[in-house]
Design a protein around this ligand. Structure first.
Ligand SMILES: [Zn+2]
Ligand SMILES: [Zn+2]
Length: 268
């Protein structure tokens, strides 16, 4: 198997990850990766929550960490400069201003909030209890489509994160996923095969095989990410990720540079 790329690696600046950037890179080397990218949580634009994202004042240090790592490891591994930003409707301009501050190689767009409810935050998990799960799923996919249409992002992160705690919609959401895939294709965004779901209650990669098959039918390109919040999670469960991608017909994945697709590489 060709070593794949891991584009979803956090740092301690988000206050819920452990390990130094050096430890993440060393683990990537141990796993045989040729390329990685950091993508820590960008500051929230709607409110502050230092336990889930970086703060505005962390951004210079974050960028410096990536630049230092790039020069230090330039002969060993390609390191890209990414960031993971939340999509919060109504705050598009503020989000754009943050993302334009530094020349990133790619930007992940992630939906972690439905109307200020951090649905994947363990502290806010209780709120699931009085929700209609089908409605929550529909609201989530609507936000995913809006985030792609905002033009702010290159890659859509963990595109069924809504299942994280194991809540499942009763209704068949096939039409919603088809609609979402069409929008992604039209907007030119890639999606991520994110192995972190295997480490959560749902015990399943994001997205599910069911959804990924639909994205594949619509030719939505993919990238690979572990969503590592600890060094040993870099490239974790990549065998399963490759099997999943191939099982629905994917033969290629993308790399990014300066917010454009750089290469289309074979999945082998
Ligand atoms: Zn995180
Ligand atoms: Zn995320």
């Amino acid at each position: 198997m060709t070593p794949l790329v891991d584009y979803h690696i956090h740092t301690t600046l988000c206050n819920h990850a452990t390990g130094s950037s050096k430890e993440y890179i060393e683990h990537a080397l141990k796993m045989g990766l040729k390329e990685i990218g950091f993508s820590d949580h960008a500051p929230l634009v709607s409110h502050r929550d230092p336990s889930v994202t970086m703060d505005f004042s962390d951004l210079p240090e974050y960028y410096a960490i990536m630049e230092n790592a790039r020069s230090q490891y330039k002969n060993e591994i390609i390191i890209k400069r990414g960031i993971e930003a939340d999509f919060i409707p109504g705050y598009e301009e503020k989000t754009k201003a943050i993302l334009d501050e530094y020349p990133y190689d790619y930007v992940y767009g992630s939906v972690h909030y439905i109307k200020k409810w951090g649905f994947d935050d363990p502290i806010q998990r209780q709120k699931w209890e009085d929700k209609n799960i089908d409605e929550v799923y529909q609201a989530y996919f609507e936000l995913l489509r809006q985030s792609a249409m905002s033009g702010l992002f290159d890659i859509m992160g963990h595109v069924d994160l809504i299942k994280k705690f194991g809540h499942r919609a009763k209704q068949d959401l096939k039409d919603d996923i088809h609609k979402t895939a069409e929008v992604f294709k039209e907007c030119g965004v890639a999606i991520e095969i994110n192995t972190s779901g295997l480490r959560k209650q749902v015990k399943e990669i994001y997205p599910s095989q069911h959804d990924l098959k639909i994205y594949s039918e619509h030719n939505v390109p993919i990238v690979f990410g572990s969503d590592a919040h600890a060094p040993e999670q870099v490239a974790m469960n990549y065998t399963e990720a490759v099997e999943l991608a191939q099982s629905v017909g994917y033969t290629e994945y993308l790399t990014f540079k300066n917010r454009k697709v750089e290469n289309t590489l074979p999945i082998e």
